[in-house]
Design a protein around this ligand. Structure first.
Ligand SMILES: [Zn+2]
Length: 363
């Protein structure tokens, strides 16, 4: 075990003392015992300040009552029929998390999502049709990346707000390997005003135009902080807490702007803003968390890295009454996990099932 604190990396002769205590303890037991001990401290921290789910009055009723999330992507004529059919089959409230609803290619041109791939009118009608059928819908955007081929990259001089390595180079990430010429993207520094306003303005615009029930912001709760050395960003080089604080500022503003655009239908509470992963420092800033670790296990990611790991629902064990958790309904290849229904155990009541319903070259 190691803990490294370096608020100003690369600057010799600086002394640093953390402003917080670190407590270590030995105990006998398994991970559930560790979760119980950690919880006694965790639920009194600022990220639990909104209280447990059962006392909060800011959660949309439909989110509380939703029975299944459907995960799909593509044009409305491919997405809507299957979603309606699933609702008929499960006989419960269903919500759609809609990916690749935008005209730009898949995983390449973030944050240039507008207009929708079928045009504004068709997309708005599709959302209205979902609502008329008693369904709910949110759309995907990425919360961390800016595509270097996106027109806005040059127009907004986005390189100013990109995370930079110690040698000044911009970090690079590639997800769409089928379009690598246009798919390179850069993780953005959340401490910069440009990334903060770009994301909060985008969420507000999407909600205002299309009457959606929320916006999913990918990767924010899941991905590690980049060590940003950009001198013009106003944060310590490489280390410090600018990443977490930057995203807290960004999401507080995004939540404020989202509240001005409640979805139609009489439920006047704010649109939902879920993210990927299970990051406790953002517990009060997102309305739900899409946890994929059991998928990583099933798909053999840990085996490929020669890691004899097994997913356990540790986050849910600590925060089960403080966080909505959405998990894919796929069985572990090793043994049933919390996503497998009755085997889920005591953590399952806030772990809403989610199913993927698409068939394309990326699946
Ligand atoms: Zn930075």
């Amino acid at each position: 075990m190691a803990s490294v604190a370096g608020p100003d990396l690369g600057q010799d002769g600086r002394r640093f003392s953390p402003a917080y205590p670190v407590v270590l303890s030995a105990f006998s037991g398994d991970w559930t015992d560790a979760a119980r001990r950690y919880r006694t401290w965790a639920i009194h921290q600022p990220w639990c300040s909104r209280g447990p789910l059962y006392v909060r009055d800011d959660i949309p009723v439909w989110l509380l009552e939703n029975g299944l999330w459907v995960w799909n992507r593509g044009p409305s004529h491919k997405v809507l029929p299957g979603t309606r059919r699933i609702q008929e089959v499960v006989q419960a409230p269903v919500a759609l998390d809609w990916y690749w609803w935008h005209a730009t290619p898949y995983d390449t041109h973030f944050p240039d999502y507008l207009p929708p791939r079928e045009g504004a009118e068709v997309f708005r009608k599709a959302v209205d049709d979902l609502h008329a059928a008693g369904l709910r819908a949110i759309v995907y955007i990425n919360g961390r990346l800016w595509g270097k081929s996106a027109p806005s990259w040059r127009a907004k001089q986005a390189e100013r707000a990109a995370c930079r390595r110690e040698n000044g180079e911009i970090y690079r990430e590639l997800y769409n390997v089928f379009d690598s010429r246009r798919a390179e993207m850069a993780p953005m520094c959340p401490a910069t005003a440009l990334w903060q306003t770009t994301l909060s303005d985008l969420v507000a615009e999407v909600l205002a135009r299309y009457g959606l029930d929320g916006v999913y912001l990918d990767q924010i709760g899941h991905t590690q902080a980049e060590m940003c050395h950009a001198p013009q960003h106003g944060h310590p080089a490489g280390g410090g807490n600018y990443w977490c604080n930057g995203y807290r500022t960004l999401m507080e503003e995004t939540r404020r702007t989202a509240q001005a655009h409640p979805p139609p239908g009489g439920d006047s509470r704010q649109p939902i803003l879920p993210t990927e992963g299970s990051c406790e420092a953002y517990l009060d800033l997102f309305d739900a968390f899409l946890v994929l670790d059991n998928s990583y296990e099933r798909m053999g990611f840990y085996d490929k890295l020669d890691l004899n790991w097994e997913s356990v629902p540790l986050f849910a064990a600590v925060y089960h009454d403080y966080a909505f958790i959405s998990v894919p309904t796929r069985r572990s290849h090793r043994r049933p996990t919390m996503t497998s229904g009755p085997a889920a155990g005591p953590c399952s009541f806030t772990a809403f099932p989610r199913t993927r319903f698409c068939r394309c070259f990326l699946c």
